[in-house]
Design a protein around this ligand. Structure first.
Ligand code: NAD
Length: 358
């Protein structure tokens, strides 16, 4: 069965969605593309035509797109602040949804999205594509086999550079109502990986945020968090967009009683340390850095989402899973405002950060 999909939002991340469509062409067909700026939709449609030989229909208004009858699922790659409304509209029109990260910027919005997808028996998947990175999958297998024994703690360090050019490309970036800062935008993948490896049950969080070198944005360019999990394990989060003068690394370290693993490279794409009893290296220690920090994971993510839609099964990363990283980040924001530990889950949104000033 070939699924028919639409892509809403043809900006910076859209080539990764197009790549996934091309690489999974036996599973799906991109029948419609939509962007407020028609030239961007046209460019995306042209890429599909030149590669796959058919041309998706072009829309400016996604509500018009949803009136057509031949779309099984919709991928949403618009600014983060619009994910909630567009997802709800797609679900209301009975389409499965694959939405970019973060799935939404408010805990109540995430709950509504999950509830509606459940009520309508539709799949809701979220683009945490780094979960499919080969080194991350290797670590995951070890954790699922219990090879690390008791896991004590883990750290995620996202040390990247985002300069004025990046923020000037799109005015929504760095705003509280449409984006958030380096934690919500850039570090969210790593925070998702950390919470996943540490058992997926964050209990409470303490955080600090600063804006040290980006006076032209509302949100943070340095975020620090400590998360305690139900298991007793502790996660330490460090995310910054201030690294001179280009992206340095994204490093995930997990420390267990019988294993130590450190995965790094520019975006958790290479094993740096792999230590278990009688095992001290791994073939993935030599993997190259990807062309961009977005990696290649959208290809595997789409394949998985097609499986979920076709078979009526759960996507590898569903709404319930994907909301946890957003909860942790909102917890750090709230903790920074209130200067105290924040118990999770709780209700909060980036909107509520508007009263914060650095
Ligand atoms: N998974 C990843 O690694 C990754 C990487 C980058 C961005 N993202 C996420 O993808 C989303 C988009 O980011 P981007 O950097 O591509 O942004 P962008 O600003 O480059 O592109 C967004 C596009 O959406 C269009 N758009 C806005 N509102 C629309 C609407 N109502 N209907 C149709 N089109 C609309 C804009 O015209 C623009 O072309 C964000 O949520 C971001 O967090 C994910």
């Amino acid at each position: 069965m070939t699924l028919r999909m639409a892509l809403i939002g043809c900006g910076r991340i859209s080539p990764k969605h197009v790549e996934a469509v091309i690489e999974n062409s036996e599973l799906l067909k991109l029948v419609a593309v939509c962007d407020l700026i028609p030239e961007k939709a046209e460019k995306t449609a042209e890429k599909i035509y030149s590669t796959l030989g058919y041309k998706p229909k072009i829309y400016k208004d996604y509500k018009e797109l949803l009136k057509t009858s031949d779309i099984d699922f919709v991928s949403i790659a618009t600014p983060s602040g619009s994910h909630y409304q567009i997802t709800m509209d797609c679900l209301q029109s009975n389409r499965h949804v694959l939405v970019e990260k973060p799935m939404a910027l408010s805990t109540s919005h995430m709950s509504e999205m999950i509830k509606l997808s459940r009520d309508k028996n539709l799949r809701l998947g979220v683009c945490f594509q780094n979960r499919f990175n080969p080194p991350i999958q290797e670590l995951r297998k070890k954790i699922e086999n219990g090879a690390l024994g008791k896991i004590f703690y883990g750290t995620i360090s996202v040390r990247w550079n985002r300069n004025k050019d990046y923020y000037e490309q799109a005015p929504w970036r760095g705003t509280w109502d449409q984006d958030g800062g380096v934690l919500m935008n850039q570090s969210i993948h790593g925070i998702d990986l950390l919470q996943w490896m540490l058992g997926g049950k964050p209990k409470r969080v303490f955080g600090m945020i600063k804006n040290l070198n980006h006076p032209y944005i509302e949100s943070e360019d340095l975020g620090i968090g400590v998360v305690e999990f139900e298991s007793g394990a502790v996660g330490i989060i460090e995310g910054t967009s201030n690294v001179y003068d280009k992206n340095l690394e994204e490093v995930l370290s997990i420390f267990g009683e019988k294993g130590t693993v450190k995965i790094g490279g520019v975006a958790v794409n290479r094993i740096l340390v792999w230590r278990f009893p009688n095992e001290n290296d791994h073939p993935y220690m030599n993997l190259p850095d990807p062309d961009t920090v977005y990696g290649k994971g959208h290809v595997a993510l789409y394949k998985d989402f097609c499986r979920a839609v076709t078979k009526g099964e759960e996507p590898y990363i569903n709404g319930e899973e994907a909301q946890k990283a957003v909860q942790i980040i909102l917890g750090i924001y709230r903790s920074a405002i209130e200067n105290k530990w924040v118990d999770l889950p709780m209700d909060f949104s980036t909107e509520q950060m508007k009263r914060w000033s650095f």
